[in-house]
Design a protein around this ligand. Structure first.
Ligand code: SF4
Ligand code: SF4
Length: 198
């Protein structure tokens, strides 16, 4: 299971995925869905269903459904990503993860993480350039902008339940309101196929 911890002053190296059975892409190890921000919508809509869940305070959170909860991501073949150049930012960032308080988290269960072997990915809470993505540049502001954006559409009658997986209900908008992001969300439903147990 993933065990993300806030990075303090540690230095981490990333060695290699060789020999790992891609636990980071596997629903059986907790990879079911991932939250996205507005900047992610266009690219992920080509490959994954974008759906919404309700946060604790009733806000709408857009997510991508990565797996069906029982197997590897459908884009993983022989433990390799077949859409590597177009994989979502959540996958690019892994084993690092951006957080609402603008701190960085790391999944210490990833076997490629080493204390002194491979490519250095983070040092003194700073991500090395090759591993830095737009997510880590003021994630808090992007996250809040995303919430504010969808809040104006957040009415019960605008949303319909689509799929219930691992005790989570996922929703879609019923119509696009001629809105760029909701259009992308609705178009992304083309990716909601039998793989997700529909
Ligand atoms: S990133 Fe980590 S968990 Fe994912 S395939 Fe590589 S070694 Fe395995
Ligand atoms: S898109 Fe690629 S890296 Fe991401 S979960 Fe699927 S197979 Fe893994």
């Amino acid at each position: 299971m993933k065990t993300f911890e806030k990075i303090k002053s540690d230095t981490f190296y990333f060695d290699s995925c060789d020999g790992c059975e891609a636990k980071c892409c596997d629903g059986r190890y907790g990879s079911l869905f991932a939250q996205i921000i507005l900047e992610d919508f266009k690219e992920v809509s080509e490959y994954f269903p974008i759906l919404f869940i309700y946060g604790e305070l009733g806000y709408l959170k857009p997510v991508i459904l990565l797996t069906n909860g029982n197997s590897l991501c459908k884009y993983n073949k022989d433990f390799k990503c077949t859409i590597y150049e177009n994989r979502p930012s959540i996958c690019r960032n892994y084993p690092l993860s951006a957080h609402l308080d603008n701190s960085i988290y790391i999944d210490k269960s990833c076997p490629a993480l080493q204390s002194n072997n491979g490519s250095k990915i983070i040092e003194n809470e700073k991500i090395l350039n090759d591993f830095n993505t737009y997510d880590f540049n003021n994630y808090q502001e992007k996250y809040i902008n995303m919430h504010i954006y969808f809040d104006k559409f957040n009415k019960e009658e605008n949303l319909k339940p689509i799929i219930f997986l691992n005790n989570v209900m996922f929703y879609s908008f019923r119509n696009s309101f001629d809105d760029y992001y909701i259009n992308l969300q609705m178009n992304s439903l083309k990716n909601l196929d039998k793989y997700y147990n529909i």
